[in-house]
Write a protein that binds this ligand. Sequence first.
Ligand code: TRP
Length: 471
Amino acid sequence: MASISEVPDEPGQPPALSALSLAQTSQDSKAKEQIITPFDVSGGVDEHGKAVAIDYDKLIDRFGSQRIDKAILERFEKLTGKPPHRLLRRGMVFSHRDLNLILDKYEKGVPFFLYTGRGPSSDSMHVGHTIPFEFTKYLQDAFDVPLVIMLTDDEKFLHSPKLSLKECRRFALENALDIIAIGFDPKKTFIFADTEFIYSDDGAAFGFNILEMSKKTTNNQIKGTFGFNDTNNIGEFAFPATQSATSFASSFPFIFGHNLKAVNKIPCLIPCAIDQDPYFRQCRDNAPRLGLMKPALIHTVFLPSLRGSESKMSASDTDSSIFLSDTDNQIKKKVGKAFSGGQDTREEHERLGGRTAVDVPFQYLTFFLEDDEQLEHIRQQYESGKMQSGEMKATATKELQAYVWAFRERRKAVTPEIREEFMRPRQLIFKSMPSEKEQRAALEEERRVLQKRLVLVEGSLQRLQATGQAS
Ligand code: TRP
């Protein structure tokens, strides 16, 4: 009899990606399924060969996650005493796994921790990258919980034919500065780059969890979940265990303490863009087999590309994205050329009205404009043809300029010293952190180890001096 733990419990596991693409090519029609994986995001193509927007409802069905509904929004409001974030109110945070369990526990006084991350594939981040981070900051502030941010420089190195390890490590450090500028609380946030943390003394517990997870992960699982084949390198096959291991509080004893019985009860909530879901489906399948809790997830949509909502902003396609380093003038030029849902002529626009559903500048307003009433007013004006696309573009330009300007101001204040503090393994400050006694014991132990090491280093130095004198 198969034990319960061996049965994948995630309903609606998508078919293996390789099978999916075979099915596509066997059809005569021009239609193509949308592809959403951690490595590739593109909307589908209809039977006439026309690109269509990403269908998030379909994704929920295919991935087998849950929809964020009104009841959840009300729970957020009740638990935090604050109105839900605009991304929640407007459906850009649209899907979840086990969020209710996290909120149940939180309600009973059991705290959780947040985990999110970024793959540092270049040194320039765009405004689409900040969306899950903005939402994570709201969660950190609203629930007052610790947060770990993982920079997967190893992942980007393994997956990119071009990037060197050195480049990926540099991007991780560069990106950390941008991420800090989102406004995370230094007392509650630990940021780490894989290639630095995994191989350090403080990363040992994390390394052990990676090993445990690797042992439970088969090549078959990875092929099914990610569509890899035998031409993928073995590092790519192994990496998902690393992204998974961050979901467990026991990977961070300097934050959560050393009492494993207590630590293993701290649940994890992962805010991420929906393309990361395959990693965590995989993790959730295997976690119970290690006696560990499955992480809960909360998914955001992608910020549409300037070219249209069939694709997301992409750092490698500079005409698709507004970068955090863009000047006011660059933003104005780019939004001016963005895909518009306006009609071809002024008269037609007045007669038929603009199409907000496909209008990229309007989409950006839904992400960045805080005021619900103002947004609704703009929608009505545009759809009724009273507002022309030029005015829509000017409004979106202003809002994006203000967002990027505020980011730039905060970014100026982030020094390498501040980054060092965020990236130092250390005790974070939160409601149910380990007791002072436990912290003291751990620090005393660390001091003992360091002292012993110092004695050994000094011994080596003396020997070196002695041989130096002898020769
Ligand atoms: N794989 C992600 C990327 O390429 C980075 C990442 C690691 C991440 N852990 C995460 C993203 C958790 C969101 C949540 O961008």
